[in-house]
Write a protein that binds this ligand. Structure first.
Ligand SMILES: [Zn+2]
Length: 177
């Protein structure tokens, strides 16, 4: 099965719209609530475990997040786990090692499988919606080599890591990667 990029993107946009979120930083915790999921922050032993999405037999939804990870990383993990709950409902338990949450979702050689590619695509669109970013960047080209400050400011505004913002801008063609 090929990754459903358009579906992942559309589902993220719909969720933002339904929750009435129109500007950054996206309150990802309230979006988890919006899809009916409770978040549990756990100090998972071993840095390698990022998070999990869990559907109980009674239908209750939970997202587990590694409390030991930095805040921006936890935000990306939550967005990624929301994607699994929304897009992959046939799965009761999904566990994400750090390597499956790959920011560079468009490189299929690095992503593990199509579910992960879809979840990463969803998370990127949820936290850094293309339309908002393009507005922010307008028509000026940000040079990743020399314009570190501009990217840092955007990362701060969207509450994502500088790495995530750099990759996102590059994949949107708003910056040279
Ligand atoms: Zn995943």
């Amino acid at each position: 099965m090929a990754p459903r990029y358009a579906l992942a993107k559309r589902k993220a946009q719909q969720l933002l719209e339904q929750a009435g979120i129109t500007k950054p930083p996206v309150r990802v915790e309230s979006l988890a609530k919006h899809v009916g999921a409770r978040i549990r922050y756990e100090p998972f032993s071993g840095e390698g475990l990022s998070g999990m999405a869990y559907r109980q037999p009674d239908g209750k939804l939970f997202i587990g997040v590694n409390a030991l990870h930095p805040r921006n990383r936890r935000r990306f993990t939550i967005a990624h786990e929301i994607a699994h709950l929304v897009l992959h409902q046939q799965e009761d338990l999904h566990i994400d090692e750090a390597f499956t949450i790959n920011l560079r979702s468009d490189l299929s050689s690095l992503a593990v499988d199509e579910k992960e590619i879809e979840a990463n695509q969803f998370a990127a669109e949820l936290l850094m919606p293309a339309a908002w970013l393009i507005d922010d960047v307008q028509d000026r080209q940000i040079d990743l080599e020399s314009d570190g400050t501009a990217i840092e400011e955007l990362a701060k505004k969207y509450q994502v890591s500088v790495q995530a913002m750099t990759i996102r801008l590059s994949s949107l063609g708003a910056a040279r990667g």
